[in-house]
Design a protein around this ligand. Structure first.
Ligand code: FAD
Length: 433
C-alpha cells in the first residue's frame, strides 16, 4: 500500500461510517466530522420540525432527519445489511423483523461503529462549514463546534458523506402562489395528528407518499393522492371511505380548489409534498468544478463517486438513489478506500470525463430527465456489480437483486400492503440474512 494518508470524512451516517471503517482498515488516519450529537444520520429520529414547513427559507433552523415516527424500512432486512455485516438487530420484543423500525436501524449502525472501533474517530457536534483545496496534496476543512468555535485542519483527501435527504424539493404546481391553504413537505411530517379532519392532497408516488397517506387516512376527512406517473390507476381505494388516487394536479385555484388531470376537483386544506430532496453541498468550495444544477444533477462525478478533475483526493459516497442503499454505499466506500490506498487505479481524467459524457448522452437519447441522473433503478444491477468488481468482490447476491426488482415490480401497481405482498411472493426473505 501507498503510505497512510490523513483523511477527512464528512458525516457519520451510513456512508460516513462505512467509509471510515474501510479507510481505517487500510491503515489511514481518519477524522469523521458529524454535526449532530450522535451518529446514524437520517436514522436518528427527531420529533422537532423546521420553522418553515416547506423548507424554502434558507435562514430556517435545519433539522437533518426526515424520519416520521412510525417509519419502518421500505426494503426488507436482507437488503439493510452491509456487504459482510448482516442486520441482526431485534425489536424491543426480541423479534427479528422483516421490515425493521427506524430504532433498530439506528441500533444496527451503533453496533457497527462499536464493532469496528469507529467511535473514537468521530467528532460529534462539529459541523463542516468549508472544504477547499489548498494545493495538489492538501485540502483544508473548516469546522464549527457546538460552542461556535471555528477551527481549520489540513487533510490529504476528503470524502463527502453528508446525505441528500434533508433539503426539500417542492412540486411546482400551476396556480400555487394564489392558493391559500397550508403546505408542508414530508421532511417535516412526523405524526398524523395535525391532519385530523382535514382534506389533504398528497403529491408524490414513492415510498413516503404511500406510507404517510395510509397513516393520515385514519384521521383525515379525505386524502387525495396525486401522481404524475402514467402507471398509476386513478380510483377510489375500496378499503377506505376517504382515500382517492388521482393523476397530476393541473391547477390550484384561489378559492381553495385543486384540479387534477383526471377531471376531479377537490377543495383542500393542506398540500403535503412528498416530492423528494435536493442535493446540497453548502460547504464545498471548488471554484465551479463541482456543481448541482437546477435539475438536481451533481457533477461531474465519475460513477457517481469521483470528480475527474479532483480525483482521488475528493470523493463522494452515497450519491445514488433508488438502490439497495446500504450495500451500494458499502461498495462505494470500499472502492474509495482501495483507490486512496493505491490498490486500485482510476482511469485518466480524460477517460473519466469521456465516460461521464457518454452516460449523460445516453440518458438524453433515452429521454430520461436529468433529475434521474443518480437514480439507479434502471441499471442498479450493473452498477453494483461493476463497483464490486473494482475491489475484487463477486457480483452482488442474486437473491438481493431479486428482492429489489420484485419490489420495483409490485410498487407501481399495489403499494397498499406492498410489504406483505413481497413476503407472500418471496417467502424465503424471512429466512435469509
Ligand atoms: P445521512 O444518513 O443523511 O447521513 C449524513 C450525515 O452527515 C448526517 O449525520 C449529518 O448530520 C451529517 N452532516 C451533513 N452535513 C454535515 C456537515 N456540514 N458537517 C458535519 N456533518 C454533516 N434506505 C434504505 O436502505 N432503506 C430504507 O428503508 C430507507 N428508508 C428511507 C426513508 C426515508 C423517509 C428517507 C428520507 C430515506 C430512506 N432511505 C432508506 C435512504 C437513506 O437515507 C439511506 O439509506 C442512508 O441512510 C443514507 O445515508 P448517508 O450516510 O448517505 O446520509
Amino acid at each position: 500500500m501507498a503510505r497512510p494518508l490523513k483523511l477527512a470524512v464528512i458525516g457519520a451516517g451510513v456512508a460516513g461510517l462505512t467509509t471510515a471503517c474501510e479507510l481505517k482498515s487500510e491503515g489511514h488516519q481518519v477524522v469523521v466530522y458529524e454535526k449532530a450529537d450522535q451518529i446514524g444520520g437520517m436514522w436518528v429520529y427527531n420529533p422537532e420540525v423546521e420553522t418553515d414547513p416547506l423548507g424554502l427559507d434558507p435562514g430556517r433552523k435545519i433539522v437533518h432527519s426526515s424520519l416520521y415516527h412510525s417509519l419502518k424500512t421500505n426494503l426488507p432486512r436482507p437488503l439493510m445489511r452491509f456487504w459482510d455485516y448482516p442486520f441482526t438487530v431485534k425489536n424491543k420484543d426480541g423479534v427479528l423483523m422483516d421490515f425493521p423500525g427506524h430504532e433498530e436501524v439506528l441500533q444496527f449502525l451503533n453496533n457497527f461503529a462499536e464493532d469496528f472501533g469507529l467511535v473514537e474517530l468521530i467528532r460529534l457536534n462539529t459541523e463542516v462549514v468549508r472544504v477547499e483545496q489548498e494545493n495538489d496534496d492538501q485540502w483544508v476543512v473548516e469546522s464549527r463546534s457546538n460552542g461556535g468555535l471555528i477551527s481549520e485542519e489540513p487533510f490529504e483527501a476528503v470524502v463527502v458523506c453528508n446525505g441528500h435527504n434533508t433539503q426539500p424539493r417542492v412540486a411546482e404546481l400551476p396556480g400555487i402562489n394564489n392558493w391559500k391553504g397550508k403546505q408542508i413537505h414530508c421532511h417535516n411530517y412526523r405524526v398524523p395528528e395535525p391532519f385530523r379532519d382535514q382534506v389533504v392532497v398528497i403529491i408524490g408516488g414513492a415510498a413516503s407518499a404511500n406510507d404517510i397517506s395510509l397513516e393520515i387516512v385514519e384521521v383525515a376527512k379525505e386524502v387525495h393522492l396525486s401522481s404524475r406517473s402514467q402507471e398509476i390507476e386513478v380510483k377510489k381505494w375500496d378499503m377506505y371511505d376517504n382515500l382517492w388516487q388521482h393523476s397530476k394536479v393541473t391547477n390550484c385555484h384561489e378559492n381553495g380548489e385543486i384540479a387534477f388531470e383526471d377531471g376531479a376537483l377537490v377543495t383542500a386544506d393542506i398540500i403535503l409534498h412528498c416530492t423528494g430532496y435536493k442535493y446540497n453541498l453548502p460547504f464545498l468550495k471548488t471554484n465551479g468544478v463541482i456543481t448541482i444544477d437546477d435539475d438536481n444533477r451533481v457533477g461531474p462525478l465519475y460513477k457517481h463517486v469521483f470528480p475527474p478533475q479532483l480525483a482521488p483526493r475528493l470523493s463522494f459516497v452515497g450519491i445514488p438513489r433508488v438502490a439497495i442503499n446500504f450495500v451500494m454505499i458499502d461498495l462505494q466506500a470500499k472502492w474509495v478506500a482501495s483507490v486512496l490506498s493505491g490498490k486500485v487505479s482510476l482511469p485518466s481524467e480524460e477517460d473519466m470525463s469521456a465516460d461521464l459524457e457518454q452516460c449523460y448522452r445516453l440518458l438524453e437519447e433515452k429521454g430520461i430527465p436529468k433529475h434521474h441522473t443518480h437514480s439507479l433503478d434502471l441499471n442498479m444491477h450493473e452498477y453494483l456489480d461493476w463497483v464490486a468488481a473494482q475491489v475484487g468482490l463477486p457480483p452482488v447476491d442474486k437473491r438481493q437483486k431479486e428482492i429489489f426488482y420484485k419490489i420495483r415490480e409490485i410498487l407501481p401497481t399495489s403499494w397498499i400492503g406492498f410489504r406483505e405482498m413481497l413476503l407472500k411472493q418471496l417467502p424465503w426473505i424471512s429466512r435469509i440474512s
